[in-house]
Ligand binder design. Structure first.
Ligand SMILES: C[S@@+](CC[C@H](N)C(=O)[O-])C[C@H]1O[C@@H](n2cnc3c(N)ncnc32)[C@H](O)[C@@H]1O
Length: 338
């Protein structure tokens, strides 16, 4: 008789088959369960989304979350110590400053603001911050390709902006058209020298003016004499290039030495883009004549001159860390008109 038993230790063929089938069955069952769960989760998300989009109906629980959670007394509103400012237009900061401020308060606030965001890019923000986002009339002496005006006009909302520039620049034209096309304010372009354009403006006309035309000592002094009376009381008068070479950082004002910031060095970008004669690493052209004119003019009026650091790394704007990168842009000066 044939022994149908298999050798010991070897599984029977039908039991191997059973194990295989069971494994396949369990795997399929798991996959099915997983898919079903995923599908149910998707449905839940879709219906939650639908609910969030639909209008609430009368039968809806008006405050379901309050019901679920133990009711907590609402925290009292903190006392408001500042007045609301006028309706903001463009990018004004989410802060309010007193509507009526003395010039001293205004200057202290402006100074604090500019010591944090100390670049000329912050001028439009400063105007917004001071509640001057609708600066009635702004202007710029020396516009070149419109880089600064572009920035100012994108971040503040003057009713009118005067650009005083004797020479047409291609980029400037393009920018002017773009800006004028986008915004509702008036841009007036005066293809003229500042000394000739001055007679076009009444006294107390400007709320903001940026002086960046000719930078010689006498020309800056002339622009200040001509345009200071054109400024409204409490307006911001500002200008570019308030700095000197290392050897010209001390300027004589009213019989005293005043220290001005260092202009820095030309970088290779500067060399490539603007000045063929300027080699990277060489000290930038001194603007001490410009700075001295500004300091002398305002010294006579007993007005404080502030200036930007343009992200110069040292906290003290007058002390430069020789190992830190030097910013490309020269500092700007600014003051509050009295
Ligand atoms: C340094 S660029 C101005 C740059 C511009 N403010 C900016 O930051 O984007 C100087 C400009 O002043 C102009 N300029 C020179 N003398 C001037 C004057 N007396 N009145 C007005 N503009 C003058 C020059 O034609 C030049 O385009």
């Amino acid at each position: 008789m044939q022994d149908r038993r298999l050798p010991r230790g070897r599984p029977k063929p039908y039991s191997t088959m059973m194990v295989l089938l069971t494994t396949i069955f369990i795997t399929i069952a798991f996959i099915g369960l997983y898919e079903a769960q995923q599908w149910a989760w998707q449905q839940h998300l879709v219906s939650a989304d639908d609910n969030s989009n639909r209008q609430p109906s009368a039968s809806d629980d008006p405050q379901p979350r309050q019901r679920e959670l133990a009711p907590v007394a609402a925290a009292p509103e903190p006392p408001v110590s500042v007045h609301k400012t006028d309706e903001p237009t463009t990018s004004c900061l989410p802060v309010a400053v007193p509507k009526r401020m003395s010039l001293e308060e205004k200057e202290a606030i402006a100074d604090a603001f500019m010591s944090v965001v100390s670049t000329r890019e912050a001028f439009p923000l400063l105007l917004n911050y001071l509640g001057m986002y609708r600066i009635g009339t702004g202007g710029e002496i020396g516009v070149y390709n419109g880089e600064f005006s572009d920035r100012l006009l994108r971040l503040s909302s003057p009713k009118r902006y005067h650009m005083i520039e004797p020479k047409a620049k291609r980029f400037f034209e393009v920018r002017r058209e773009l800006l004028q096309g986008e915004r509702s304010f008036d841009i007036s372009w005066h293809r003229n020298y500042s000394q000739e354009a001055a007679s076009l403006f009444d006294d107390g006309y400007f709320d903001f003016l940026y002086v960046d035309g000719s930078h010689s000592h006498d020309d800056v002094l002339r622009d200040l004499h001509l345009y200071y009376p054109k400024m409204r009381k409490g307006a911001i008068l500002a200008g570019h290039d308030f700095c000197g070479k290392r050897s010209k950082q001390l300027v004589n004002v009213g019989g005293k030495k005043r220290k001005i910031p260092w202009c820095g060095e030309y970088d290779t970008l500067h060399q490539d883009l603007t000045r063929k004669h300027a080699t990277g690493g060489r000290q930038k052209r001194s603007m001490s004549g410009c700075a001295k004119a500004v300091l002398s003019f305002f010294h006579g009026l007993n007005i404080t001159v502030h200036f930007t650091r343009e992200d110069r790394p040292a906290l003290d704007p007058l002390s430069q860390d020789p190992h830190s990168p030097i910013p490309h842009l020269n500092p700007s000066w600014w003051c509050l008109v009295r």
